[in-house]
Unconditional design. Structure first.
Length: 327
């Protein structure tokens, strides 16, 4: 007599295995469909243009389309918050910035998300270096000379910015903290308006994007005193950095970084980073980014998180000391 197992029992056992978590369950490899890349700023902004250039290259590597979606509002908070509350499956990403994922943490009250808790930092993507420029009416040829001149002005010296809470605003406040110069903030509705007033000599100084001010430096209507990056810029190798001129740790760049919702699996995070790294290392994309005044970066996740923590802490202190507030 042979032992037999009823067919019904075998079928039931098989169904049980199929329903058990992680056992015999077929899962489609990532990515199996289109990826949504949220830009928390408007169409046509530097963040939007850069994201579309990078996404095109990443699409070629990943084999699935990356659909860029603009969700602007509240200085990048609206779109970023939507990503933070999305499923951590790799199909919703955010191209954050120094505003949405660093400065806003201390500048804005009642933030709906915490960058370090609610996001997985994947990589720093680009740095947008700045130049510290002054009106040629000012009798200073170097940054130390400008600081000395400013300290000699009885009523202080004003500096322009693209608006309250912008990187150009906080760069001025950081310079004030580090040098003791009597700098007074004058916010404008846009960076172009601010630069125009410095060119006209109505405001002495601004720290702003290199591509926006470089034409005026070349024609002599602005004088560049310093690059506000850690090293001299490829576009302006003749201009010394603020650090070289004695302003310690004065590294101020408007940056962009790639983020995903918290709890994204490490394997998917690493695939996204690998695709990004391959993209920014292609000569064509590097050239396109440099034309936009952006320095391509591919910082591994293990390095990006502590870098981000330090950046958030730096601007938290600037906001605390200066009392800066968002518009």
């Amino acid at each position: 007599m042979t032992n037999t197992i009823p067919r019904r029992a075998l079928l039931g056992a098989g169904l049980g295995l199929l329903s058990a978590p992680g056992i015999l369950r077929a899962q489609a490899p990532w990515p199996a469909r289109a990826i949504r890349m949220v830009v928390p700023f408007g169409a046509g902004t530097s963040t939007d243009i850069m994201t579309r250039l990078v996404s095109q290259r990443m699409t070629a590597t990943l084999g699935q389309p990356i659909v860029v979606e603009n969700r602007a509002g509240a200085g990048g908070v609206v779109g970023s918050d939507g990503v933070a509350k999305s499923a951590p499956d790799g199909y919703t990403l955010c191209m954050g910035s120094i505003a949405s994922h660093s400065v806003n943490m201390s500048l804005m009250p009642n933030m709906p998300y915490d960058v370090l808790r609610d996001f997985v930092p994947i990589s720093l993507v680009t740095n947008a270096p700045n130049l510290l420029v002054i009106s040629p009416k000012i009798p200073a040829k170097t940054l130390p000379e400008f600081i000395a001149w400013a300290k000699g002005q009885r009523n202080g010296v004003s500096y322009a910015s693209a608006g309250n809470g912008t990187s150009s605003h906080l760069a001025g406040e950081l310079l004030k903290m580090k040098t003791g110069a009597p700098l007074e903030h004058v916010p404008y509705r846009s960076g172009s308006q601010a630069v125009t007033d410095v060119v006209a000599g109505n405001v002495p100084m601004i720290v702003y994007q290199v591509t926006a001010v470089l034409p005026f430096v070349k024609d002599g209507t602005l004088r560049a005193l310093a690059a506000t990056s850690a090293q001299r810029l490829e576009l302006t190798p003749e201009i010394p950095t603020a650090i070289e001129q004695g302003i310690a740790d004065f590294d101020v760049s408007a940056w962009h970084g790639l983020f995903a919702p918290a709890k994204l699996p490490d394997a998917i995070r690493d695939r996204i980073y690998a695709a990004l790294r391959e993209a920014v290392n292609t000569p064509e994309l590097r050239g396109q980014l440099l034309d936009q005044g952006l320095l391509p970066v591919a910082m591994p996740p293990a390095e990006f998180r502590p870098w981000l923590e330090a950046d958030i802490a730096k601007w938290r202190e600037v906001v605390r000391v200066s009392g800066a507030k968002a518009d």
